[in-house]
Design a protein around this ligand. Structure first.
Ligand code: NDP
Length: 253
Protein backbone atom coordinates (compact mmCIF):
# COMPACT_ATOMS: atom_id res chain seq x y z
CA UNK A 1 0.00 0.00 0.00
CA UNK A 2 1.26 3.49 -0.86
CA UNK A 3 2.40 5.94 1.79
CA UNK A 4 -0.52 8.27 0.98
CA UNK A 5 -3.30 5.70 0.73
CA UNK A 6 -6.59 7.25 1.80
CA UNK A 7 -5.18 10.79 1.52
CA UNK A 8 -6.01 13.67 -0.78
CA UNK A 9 -3.69 16.26 -2.34
CA UNK A 10 -3.80 19.50 -4.29
CA UNK A 11 -0.81 20.36 -6.47
CA UNK A 12 -1.07 23.83 -7.98
CA UNK A 13 0.30 24.12 -11.52
CA UNK A 14 0.38 20.39 -12.12
CA UNK A 15 -0.54 20.30 -15.80
CA UNK A 16 3.16 20.44 -16.66
CA UNK A 17 6.71 20.24 -15.37
CA UNK A 18 7.57 19.68 -11.72
CA UNK A 19 3.93 19.98 -10.64
CA UNK A 20 2.87 17.27 -13.05
CA UNK A 21 5.59 14.89 -11.84
CA UNK A 22 4.59 15.67 -8.26
CA UNK A 23 0.92 14.95 -8.93
CA UNK A 24 1.89 11.65 -10.56
CA UNK A 25 4.17 10.68 -7.67
CA UNK A 26 1.60 11.53 -4.96
CA UNK A 27 -1.05 9.57 -6.88
CA UNK A 28 1.32 6.60 -7.12
CA UNK A 29 1.54 6.72 -3.32
CA UNK A 30 -2.25 6.38 -3.20
CA UNK A 31 -3.47 9.97 -2.86
CA UNK A 32 -6.48 11.28 -4.77
CA UNK A 33 -4.89 14.27 -6.51
CA UNK A 34 -6.40 17.55 -7.70
CA UNK A 35 -4.44 18.57 -10.80
CA UNK A 36 -4.62 22.35 -10.95
CA UNK A 37 -3.93 24.44 -14.08
CA UNK A 38 -5.06 27.63 -15.71
CA UNK A 39 -4.50 27.71 -19.48
CA UNK A 40 -3.39 24.32 -20.68
CA UNK A 41 -6.53 22.21 -20.34
CA UNK A 42 -5.19 19.47 -22.60
CA UNK A 43 -2.03 19.10 -20.55
CA UNK A 44 -4.07 18.90 -17.34
CA UNK A 45 -6.36 16.28 -18.88
CA UNK A 46 -3.30 14.32 -20.02
CA UNK A 47 -1.85 14.40 -16.49
CA UNK A 48 -5.13 13.06 -15.10
CA UNK A 49 -5.29 10.39 -17.82
CA UNK A 50 -1.71 9.29 -17.16
CA UNK A 51 -2.40 9.02 -13.42
CA UNK A 52 -5.51 6.95 -14.08
CA UNK A 53 -3.66 4.72 -16.56
CA UNK A 54 -1.14 4.13 -13.77
CA UNK A 55 -3.97 2.97 -11.46
CA UNK A 56 -4.26 6.26 -9.55
CA UNK A 57 -7.07 8.72 -8.96
CA UNK A 58 -7.06 12.39 -10.00
CA UNK A 59 -9.21 15.21 -11.30
CA UNK A 60 -8.48 18.55 -12.94
CA UNK A 61 -9.33 21.93 -11.40
CA UNK A 62 -9.02 25.17 -13.32
CA UNK A 63 -8.33 28.53 -11.68
CA UNK A 64 -6.19 31.40 -12.80
CA UNK A 65 -4.04 32.53 -9.88
CA UNK A 66 -3.04 36.15 -9.39
CA UNK A 67 -6.43 37.62 -10.22
CA UNK A 68 -9.28 38.73 -7.94
CA UNK A 69 -11.36 35.79 -6.73
CA UNK A 70 -8.66 33.26 -7.67
CA UNK A 71 -8.63 31.37 -4.39
CA UNK A 72 -12.41 31.04 -4.18
CA UNK A 73 -12.56 29.77 -7.78
CA UNK A 74 -9.89 27.21 -6.97
CA UNK A 75 -11.52 25.98 -3.77
CA UNK A 76 -15.00 25.78 -5.24
CA UNK A 77 -13.72 23.38 -7.89
CA UNK A 78 -11.47 21.59 -5.42
CA UNK A 79 -14.18 21.01 -2.85
CA UNK A 80 -16.63 19.77 -5.49
CA UNK A 81 -14.03 17.36 -6.89
CA UNK A 82 -13.03 16.05 -3.48
CA UNK A 83 -16.61 15.59 -2.35
CA UNK A 84 -17.42 13.73 -5.53
CA UNK A 85 -14.56 11.28 -5.12
CA UNK A 86 -14.15 10.90 -1.37
CA UNK A 87 -17.43 12.06 0.12
CA UNK A 88 -15.66 14.78 2.13
CA UNK A 89 -13.67 17.95 1.47
CA UNK A 90 -10.68 16.90 3.56
CA UNK A 91 -7.37 17.98 2.02
CA UNK A 92 -4.35 16.20 3.49
CA UNK A 93 -1.56 17.57 1.32
CA UNK A 94 -1.17 21.00 -0.29
CA UNK A 95 1.68 21.68 -2.71
CA UNK A 96 2.05 25.31 -3.77
CA UNK A 97 3.94 24.81 -7.03
CA UNK A 98 2.41 27.12 -9.68
CA UNK A 99 4.61 30.11 -10.46
CA UNK A 100 5.78 32.37 -13.26
CA UNK A 101 9.27 33.68 -13.96
CA UNK A 102 10.48 37.16 -14.88
CA UNK A 103 13.37 36.70 -17.29
CA UNK A 104 14.28 40.37 -17.79
CA UNK A 105 17.19 42.55 -16.71
CA UNK A 106 16.64 44.43 -13.43
CA UNK A 107 16.40 47.71 -15.37
CA UNK A 108 13.47 46.32 -17.36
CA UNK A 109 11.28 45.10 -14.51
CA UNK A 110 8.10 47.17 -14.72
CA UNK A 111 5.74 47.76 -11.79
CA UNK A 112 3.16 45.67 -13.68
CA UNK A 113 5.50 42.69 -14.08
CA UNK A 114 6.57 43.00 -10.44
CA UNK A 115 2.96 43.06 -9.24
CA UNK A 116 2.11 40.03 -11.39
CA UNK A 117 5.05 38.02 -10.04
CA UNK A 118 4.06 38.84 -6.48
CA UNK A 119 0.38 38.08 -7.13
CA UNK A 120 0.97 34.62 -8.64
CA UNK A 121 4.07 33.48 -6.76
CA UNK A 122 3.57 34.90 -3.27
CA UNK A 123 0.12 36.35 -2.63
CA UNK A 124 -1.83 33.43 -4.13
CA UNK A 125 0.10 30.77 -2.13
CA UNK A 126 -0.46 32.73 1.10
CA UNK A 127 -4.20 32.88 0.61
CA UNK A 128 -4.32 29.31 -0.67
CA UNK A 129 -2.71 28.19 2.59
CA UNK A 130 -5.09 30.36 4.60
CA UNK A 131 -8.12 28.92 2.78
CA UNK A 132 -6.79 25.35 2.73
CA UNK A 133 -6.51 25.37 6.51
CA UNK A 134 -10.29 25.09 6.67
CA UNK A 135 -9.88 21.66 4.98
CA UNK A 136 -6.53 20.36 6.23
CA UNK A 137 -6.79 18.00 9.21
CA UNK A 138 -4.28 17.65 12.05
CA UNK A 139 -1.18 15.92 10.68
CA UNK A 140 -1.60 17.52 7.24
CA UNK A 141 1.21 18.62 4.98
CA UNK A 142 2.03 21.87 3.19
CA UNK A 143 4.95 22.06 0.75
CA UNK A 144 5.88 25.27 -1.05
CA UNK A 145 8.11 25.16 -4.10
CA UNK A 146 10.79 27.81 -3.88
CA UNK A 147 13.98 28.05 -5.95
CA UNK A 148 17.73 27.79 -5.58
CA UNK A 149 17.72 31.41 -6.71
CA UNK A 150 17.00 32.51 -3.14
CA UNK A 151 20.60 31.44 -2.43
CA UNK A 152 22.38 31.99 -5.78
CA UNK A 153 22.31 35.23 -7.80
CA UNK A 154 20.74 35.63 -11.23
CA UNK A 155 20.06 39.32 -11.97
CA UNK A 156 17.55 38.41 -14.71
CA UNK A 157 15.34 36.92 -12.01
CA UNK A 158 15.67 39.42 -9.18
CA UNK A 159 11.93 40.08 -8.88
CA UNK A 160 11.03 36.38 -9.24
CA UNK A 161 13.60 35.48 -6.58
CA UNK A 162 12.13 38.08 -4.23
CA UNK A 163 8.79 36.26 -4.51
CA UNK A 164 10.51 32.96 -3.77
CA UNK A 165 12.09 34.52 -0.70
CA UNK A 166 8.58 35.47 0.34
CA UNK A 167 7.24 31.94 -0.08
CA UNK A 168 10.05 30.62 2.12
CA UNK A 169 8.76 32.91 4.88
CA UNK A 170 5.42 31.12 4.56
CA UNK A 171 7.09 27.93 5.71
CA UNK A 172 8.93 29.51 8.63
CA UNK A 173 6.00 31.27 10.25
CA UNK A 174 3.16 28.88 9.39
CA UNK A 175 5.28 25.96 10.61
CA UNK A 176 5.37 27.51 14.08
CA UNK A 177 1.69 28.38 13.91
CA UNK A 178 0.59 24.89 12.83
CA UNK A 179 3.04 22.76 14.81
CA UNK A 180 0.55 22.16 17.64
CA UNK A 181 -1.75 20.53 15.07
CA UNK A 182 1.01 18.30 13.67
CA UNK A 183 0.79 20.06 10.31
CA UNK A 184 4.21 20.49 8.70
CA UNK A 185 5.12 23.35 6.34
CA UNK A 186 8.32 23.16 4.31
CA UNK A 187 10.04 24.74 1.30
CA UNK A 188 11.63 22.74 -1.50
CA UNK A 189 14.09 24.57 -3.73
CA UNK A 190 14.70 23.06 -7.18
CA UNK A 191 17.67 23.96 -9.35
CA UNK A 192 17.46 23.99 -13.12
CA UNK A 193 14.90 21.31 -13.93
CA UNK A 194 13.78 20.14 -17.37
CA UNK A 195 10.17 21.25 -17.45
CA UNK A 196 9.78 20.46 -21.14
CA UNK A 197 10.20 24.05 -22.29
CA UNK A 198 11.96 24.48 -25.68
CA UNK A 199 15.29 25.53 -24.17
CA UNK A 200 15.78 21.95 -23.00
CA UNK A 201 15.83 20.84 -26.65
CA UNK A 202 19.07 22.76 -27.30
CA UNK A 203 21.94 20.40 -26.38
CA UNK A 204 24.61 23.12 -26.00
CA UNK A 205 22.44 25.09 -23.59
CA UNK A 206 21.54 21.97 -21.61
CA UNK A 207 25.25 21.07 -21.40
CA UNK A 208 26.01 24.51 -19.97
CA UNK A 209 23.16 24.32 -17.46
CA UNK A 210 24.24 20.80 -16.45
CA UNK A 211 27.61 22.16 -15.31
CA UNK A 212 25.87 24.08 -12.54
CA UNK A 213 24.88 20.88 -10.76
CA UNK A 214 27.36 18.80 -8.74
CA UNK A 215 26.01 15.81 -10.65
CA UNK A 216 26.69 17.27 -14.10
CA UNK A 217 23.12 17.12 -15.37
CA UNK A 218 19.97 19.19 -15.26
CA UNK A 219 17.24 18.06 -12.91
CA UNK A 220 14.38 15.84 -13.96
CA UNK A 221 10.95 16.79 -12.56
CA UNK A 222 10.90 13.45 -10.75
CA UNK A 223 14.04 14.50 -8.81
CA UNK A 224 11.96 17.21 -7.15
CA UNK A 225 8.70 15.24 -7.01
CA UNK A 226 10.38 12.52 -4.96
CA UNK A 227 11.47 15.09 -2.36
CA UNK A 228 7.95 16.50 -2.16
CA UNK A 229 6.50 12.99 -1.79
CA UNK A 230 8.86 12.35 1.12
CA UNK A 231 7.77 15.57 2.85
CA UNK A 232 4.14 14.64 2.24
CA UNK A 233 4.58 11.27 3.90
CA UNK A 234 4.53 10.31 7.57
CA UNK A 235 8.29 9.66 7.31
CA UNK A 236 8.81 13.45 7.35
CA UNK A 237 6.64 14.11 10.42
CA UNK A 238 9.58 15.59 12.37
CA UNK A 239 10.58 18.11 9.66
CA UNK A 240 8.89 21.48 9.61
CA UNK A 241 9.82 25.03 8.67
CA UNK A 242 12.72 23.61 6.67
CA UNK A 243 14.40 24.67 3.43
CA UNK A 244 15.21 21.58 1.40
CA UNK A 245 17.90 22.10 -1.21
CA UNK A 246 16.75 20.07 -4.21
CA UNK A 247 19.14 21.73 -6.64
CA UNK A 248 21.34 18.71 -7.34
CA UNK A 249 24.20 20.38 -5.53
CA UNK A 250 24.03 23.62 -7.51
CA UNK A 251 24.27 25.65 -4.32
CA UNK A 252 27.60 24.04 -3.43
CA UNK A 253 29.16 26.58 -5.82
P1 NDP B 1 6.07 25.15 -15.61
O1 NDP B 1 6.28 26.52 -16.16
O2 NDP B 1 6.50 23.97 -16.39
O3 NDP B 1 4.53 24.96 -15.21
C1 NDP B 1 3.89 25.97 -14.51
C2 NDP B 1 2.58 25.45 -14.00
O4 NDP B 1 1.95 26.49 -13.24
C3 NDP B 1 1.62 25.07 -15.10
O5 NDP B 1 0.84 23.99 -14.66
C4 NDP B 1 0.76 26.32 -15.26
O6 NDP B 1 -0.56 26.07 -15.73
C5 NDP B 1 0.70 26.82 -13.83
N1 NDP B 1 0.52 28.26 -13.77
C6 NDP B 1 1.37 29.22 -14.19
N2 NDP B 1 0.84 30.44 -13.97
C7 NDP B 1 -0.37 30.25 -13.41
C8 NDP B 1 -1.41 31.11 -12.98
N3 NDP B 1 -1.33 32.44 -13.07
N4 NDP B 1 -2.53 30.57 -12.46
C9 NDP B 1 -2.65 29.22 -12.35
N5 NDP B 1 -1.70 28.35 -12.76
C10 NDP B 1 -0.58 28.85 -13.27
O7 NDP B 1 6.75 25.15 -14.14
P2 NDP B 1 8.07 24.40 -13.62
O8 NDP B 1 7.80 22.96 -13.53
O9 NDP B 1 9.26 24.90 -14.35
O10 NDP B 1 8.18 25.02 -12.14
C11 NDP B 1 7.41 24.54 -11.07
C12 NDP B 1 7.84 25.25 -9.81
O11 NDP B 1 9.24 25.04 -9.59
C13 NDP B 1 7.65 26.77 -9.84
O12 NDP B 1 7.30 27.22 -8.56
C14 NDP B 1 9.02 27.28 -10.22
O13 NDP B 1 9.23 28.61 -9.78
C15 NDP B 1 9.90 26.29 -9.48
N6 NDP B 1 11.24 26.16 -10.03
C16 NDP B 1 11.43 25.65 -11.28
C17 NDP B 1 12.70 25.52 -11.79
C18 NDP B 1 12.96 24.94 -13.14
O14 NDP B 1 14.12 24.95 -13.58
N7 NDP B 1 11.97 24.40 -13.84
C19 NDP B 1 13.87 25.94 -11.00
C20 NDP B 1 13.55 26.45 -9.70
C21 NDP B 1 12.28 26.56 -9.24
P3 NDP B 1 -0.91 25.96 -17.32
O15 NDP B 1 -0.30 24.69 -17.80
O16 NDP B 1 -2.36 25.94 -17.40
O17 NDP B 1 -0.28 27.14 -17.96
Amino acid sequence: MGKLAGKTALVTGSSRGIGRATAQRLAREGAVVAVHYTADERAAAQTVADIEADGGRAFAVRAELGVPGDVETLFEALEAGLKDRTGTTTLDVLVNNAAIMGGVAPEEVTPELFDRLVAVNAKAPFFIVQRALTLIPDGGRIVNISSGLTRSANPQEVAYSMTKGAIEQLALHFAKHLGPRGITVNSVAPGITNNGSPVFDIPEVVAQMAQLSAFGRVGDPSDVADVVAFLASDDARWITGAFLDATGGTLLG
